[in-house]
Each structure stands twice: as C-alpha cells, then as structure tokens.
Design a protein around this ligand. Structure first.
Ligand SMILES: CCCCCCCCCCCCCC(=O)SCCNC(=O)CCNC(=O)[C@H](O)C(C)(C)COP(=O)(O)OP(=O)(O)OC[C@H]1O[C@@H](n2cnc3c(N)ncnc32)[C@H](O)[C@@H]1OP(=O)(O)O
Length: 224
C-alpha cells in the first residue's frame, strides 16, 4: 500500500459538477456572527429553566427572525471555497453538519496542516452534543472523525466518500473542553484511500478511528 496523492492543483472544481460555490471570504461577517448567536441559542434553549411567559416571548422573537430570513436560500449542495494559510484551495459543503461555516448545528471543526504531517484541528463541544451525563455523544465523535478523516484525504488531493468507518472509544470525552483532532492518510490502493485519526483531551486519546474513503471517480482517471 502506498501514498500516491494527486497533486493538489488537480482538485476537482465543484462548478464542473454543477454545484454553486461561495468563497469563504464572501460570507458576510454578520452571517458568521448570527451563526454563533444561533449556536449559543440552541445551547440556551436546550438548558433553559425559563417560565412560560418568557418562553412564549422568546418563541415569538425567534419566529420573527425566521420569517425575516427564510425567503432567500442557497441551494442544497452549495460548496464553500476555503483558502488555507499556505495558499491551498479546498472545497467543503457550505452547510456540512460538522464543518459548515454557515451551519449553527456544526461545532464547527476546522482542520489545518499539522507540522508532523496530516491535519490537526481543535474544537469545543457544548452541552448540545451531550450523550452520557457531561460527556460527548459517541455518534458525534464518529462524525468528527469521519469529517477529519475525509478532510485528510481531500487535503492530499483525493476527495471521496466514506465506504467504511471504524471507531474505538478509549476514554470518556468531556463537554465544554478543548479537544484535539488529528487525521492522516496511511495509504492508497487504486481509488481506496486509507485514513486514520484520533480525538484527544489533555493529550489523552478518547476516541480513535480508521476509515476507507473511496476517491471520487474523476474524468481522466480511467477508473483507477
Ligand atoms: C467536487 C469536489 C467536492 C469534494 C467534496 C468531498 C467532501 C468530503 C468530505 C468527507 C467527510 C464526510 C464523509 C461523509 O459523510 S461521506 C457520506 C457517507 N458515505 C456514503 O454515503 C457513501 C455511500 N457509498 C457509496 O456511494 C459507494 O459504495 C462508494 C462511493 C463508497 C464506492 O462505490 P464506487 O462504485 O465508487 O466504488 P466501488 O464499489 O467500485 O469500490 C471501489 C473500491 O472500494 C472497495 N470498497 C467499496 N466499499 C467498500 C467497503 N464498504 N468496505 C471495503 N471496501 C469497499 C471496493 O471493493 C473497491 O476495491 P478494489 O476493487 O479497488 O480493491
């Protein structure tokens, strides 16, 4: 098994597949700020002990905001073009549930190139990601790993879909605490990209995963 990455410059342009693209720099600062506020609102609502009057008033205010914004929407499948600090261009889904910059349901996870190779990111999951008391839900840890592992393949010029994901939960993962996510490509075989990664808290692995990503079949690939 070898790592046989395509040059990053050959990454597919989503526009060639009929998808819309929004450059990340063109997302209004007001939208980023609104997304942060909604993320906080979801946590607040999930934990509130407010009384009926306050709840009804808050519901009216939220409904008014919803009515105000819901007319003008990006299409499902819209991509966001992100430029890495080293100038590399990457495409992700605008509303990706783990990393989408406009999705208030996303933590959001942003991965960067790690000095030791592969990718590294940091994330804090609030109480809306809870599974067992005070701990992160295992399904969300799998989602974080899936995204990080997929990004590691994408960063090597091999974007694709997850065919298989295997997660081991080694230690409880706390809420409201910094988590480090690492991921890398360990090998390739034809269109198969083998990836692995970890979630750590205070340097201790809490979850680790391996995945098989099947690289997108691109024009000129010959299916290989
Ligand atoms: C435009 C740019 C956009 C880029 C965006 C990217 C964002 C990424 C973000 C990522 C983060 C989010 C991630 C997500 O959320 S991805 C969302 C969750 N995943 C999916 O929905 C994938 C559903 N599955 C499929 O679509 C197909 O099955 C795929 C595409 C995976 C393969 O169907 P395809 O017809 O294409 O290929 P193939 O069948 O010829 O197989 C090829 C090779 O693979 C081997 N194989 C296949 N399956 C398995 C398996 N289960 N175990 C072991 N091996 C398996 C197979 O034997 C063969 O091997 P070999 O014969 O060569 O030895």
């Amino acid at each position: 098994m070898t790592v046989d990455a395509k040059p990053v410059a050959e990454l597919p342009d989503p526009r060639d597949f009929g998808l819309s693209v929004v450059p990340e720099g063109e997302i209004p600062a007001e939208l980023a700020s609104l997304v942060d506020e909604v993320r906080s609102l979801v946590d607040t609502v999930a934990h509130t002990k407010a009384g009926s009057r306050e709840l009804a008033a808050a519901r009216e205010a939220v409904a008014a905001a919803n009515d105000r914004l819901k007319g003008d929407r990006h299409d499902i499948g819209t991509m966001v073009q992100q430029v890495w600090p080293d100038g590399r261009v990457e495409y992700g889904t605008l509303t990706n549930v783990v990393s989408g910059p406009t999705n208030a349901a996303a933590p959001p996870l942003r991965m960067e190139t790690a000095p030791e190779g592969g990718l590294r990111g940091e994330v804090v999951l609030n109480g809306t990601y809870q599974g067992p008391p005070g701990l992160v839900h295992g399904g969300w840890l799998a989602a974080l790993l899936d995204q990080a592992l997929g990004s590691a393949a994408g960063a090597e010029g091999m974007p694709g879909l997850t065919a298989n994901l295997d997660v081991n939960y080694r230690n409880p993962t706390p809420l409201n605490a910094p988590l480090e996510i690492t991921a890398r490509v360990s090998g390739t075989e034809r269109r198969k990209v083998f990836v692995s990664g970890e979630v750590r808290h205070n340097g201790q692995v809490t979850a680790e995963g391996t995945a098989l990503m099947v690289r997108m079949n691109l024009p000129g690939d010959g299916g290989a």
